[in-house]
Each structure stands twice: as structure tokens, then as C-alpha cells.
Design a protein around this ligand. Structure first.
Ligand code: URA
Length: 243
């Protein structure tokens, strides 16, 4: 690919800025100064700008601990959006949230600029399970667990069977579903007569929200985590109560 394309994918510089940086002799490829933006380079070339090595990548995959109060979108006329929380180094990648959380929902949100991966984890056909922790206005009952394990008619769609775990405090529950329709967890709880007071997504597939990630912060997902997410299977609750 062209040197200026390599650098515009991998850095925050604009194409115009890059052309002048390259022409000024501030870019090396495998140790040699290259002054031609159109020079072909391979993805694994050692390219440095002003002495700093730049790793090529087109796609980024981020885990965010979404705070309440932010919309899962890249722009909105009025409310703050999750992409405003991104560190500067990720802003030029034009990531978007892969699957939405409501404005008042917190927890694990994946942001990427890889549309294929985004589709893979949100499409119900791919069966990527998500786990949510919710607090309720009243105690959940064992009959609710049975209701969650059946298809549930929510009016405009039938939710596929999910799972409900009731915690020691019965106003605290975990819900597991492989879909992500609008307000789905809140509506499923309402269907059994309970109102969700707080909601947090704890896991997507085999990856739990990193407990060291403060609210509003994000970090890159590792290749192993991407694989565990794509596989779609949750780690059983009994194994990790934080998930
Ligand atoms: N279900 C909901 O009701 N809200 C969310 O934010 C996510 C799942």
C-alpha cells in the first residue's frame, strides 16, 4: 500500500499533514528516509515518523466501561456520546459501538471500526451471549426463571429463551441473552412484573468487563479476547461471580 495510506490508517495525522511530513524527510521505511508519499510499503514494514515507530493497523477493538449518562452512538444532537470518552490516540479510527447500551446502562461496551466484527457480535444468528447484572424494585421469584427460559412475547417481538439467575439478595439478578433488542432486559423483567432500577453489562461471550477498568475508560481487547467474544459462550456464573 502507499506510504501515506499506511500512515493515515495508523496515525492521527491527516493525509495532507502526512504528505508534508514525508516530503520534509521525517519518515523512514526500514531505516531509509523516504520522501515519496506514493512509495509502496508492506503492512509489516518498519515505518517511523519523526523517529517513533508506527505499527500498522486498520482496525482497533476497544473494551469500554460505559458510564451511565452517555448514549451509545458516535454523535447526538444533545446528549453526550460514548465516543467523546475515547483517548485522543483512538479518535481517528472512527470506531462505533458494537451493540448499544441504554443511556442509563453501564458496563461492557465494545467499540471498533471493524464492521464485520461488529455485526458478528450483534447478530442474533451468531449467538453471542451477553450477561447483565440488574437491581430490581422487588424480589425476583423462581417462577421468573422459568419464564425467562421460554420464548417471551414482548409485543413487537418474541424474545428467544434466555437465563435468569437470582442472587442471595433476590432484588439482584443476572440475565443472560443472545439478542439485543431495544430495552430487552428491562422489558423482559417488566413482563414478569419487576422494574429494573440499575443495569450493567458484565460480559460478552467469554470476556468479562475488566474490573480494573474505571468507569469511562477503555482499553484494547487482546486477540485472545476477540476470539472468546466471537465464540459467544459465557463463562458460567458459578466460575466467576464478577462476570
Ligand atoms: N437491555 C436493556 O434493557 N437495556 C440495555 O441497555 C441493554 C439490554
Amino acid at each position: 500500500m502507499r506510504l501515506d495510506k499506511f500512515l493515515s490508517d495508523a496515525t492521527a495525522y491527516s493525509r495532507k499533514e502526512l504528505k508534508s511530513i514525508i516530503r520534509r524527510g521525517q519518515v523512514t521505511v526500514n531505516g531509509d528516509v523516504v520522501k515519496a508519499p506514493e512509495q509502496q510499503v508492506s503492512e509489516d514494514a518498519e515505518v517511523a515518523v519523526k523517529g517513533s515507530i508506527v505499527r500498522y493497523r486498520k482496525f482497533v477493538y476497544l473494551m469500554m466501561n460505559k458510564p451511565a449518562g452517555f448514549i451509545s452512538a458516535t454523535e447526538d444532537g444533545n446528549a453526550p456520546v460514548v465516543t467523546e470518552l475515547l483517548p485522543e490516540e483512538y479518535k481517528h479510527f472512527n470506531v462505533f459501538p458494537a451493540g448499544r447500551l441504554d443511556k442509563d446502562t453501564q458496563g461492557l461496551l465494545i467499540l471498533t471500526n471493524d464492521g464485520t466484527f461488529g455485526h458478528q457480535i450483534t447478530s442474533p444468528r451468531r449467538q453471542v451471549w451477553k450477561r447483565y447484572f440488574a437491581t430490581l424494585d422487588k424480589a425476583a421469584e423462581s417462577s421468573d426463571c422459568a419464564a425467562f427460559e421460554q420464548p417471551m412475547d414482548l409485543g413487537d417481538f418474541i424474545a428467544a429463551p434466555g437465563k435468569l439467575h437470582i442472587c442471595d439478595d433476590p432484588q439482584q439478578i443476572y440475565v443472560e441473552i443472545a439478542e439485543g433488542k431495544f430495552h430487552q432486559v428491562k422489558r423482559m423483567c417488566e413482563k414478569v412484573g419487576k422494574k429494573v432500577v440499575t443495569l450493567k453489562r458484565c460480559a460478552i461471550g467469554g470476556v468479562a468487563l475488566d474490573e480494573n477498568l474505571e468507569s469511562g475508560k477503555c482499553r484494547e481487547l487482546t486477540p485472545e479476547e476477540l476470539e472468546l467474544i466471537a465464540q459467544g459462550t459465557l463463562v458460567p456464573l458459578a466460575v466467576n461471580k464478577n462476570m
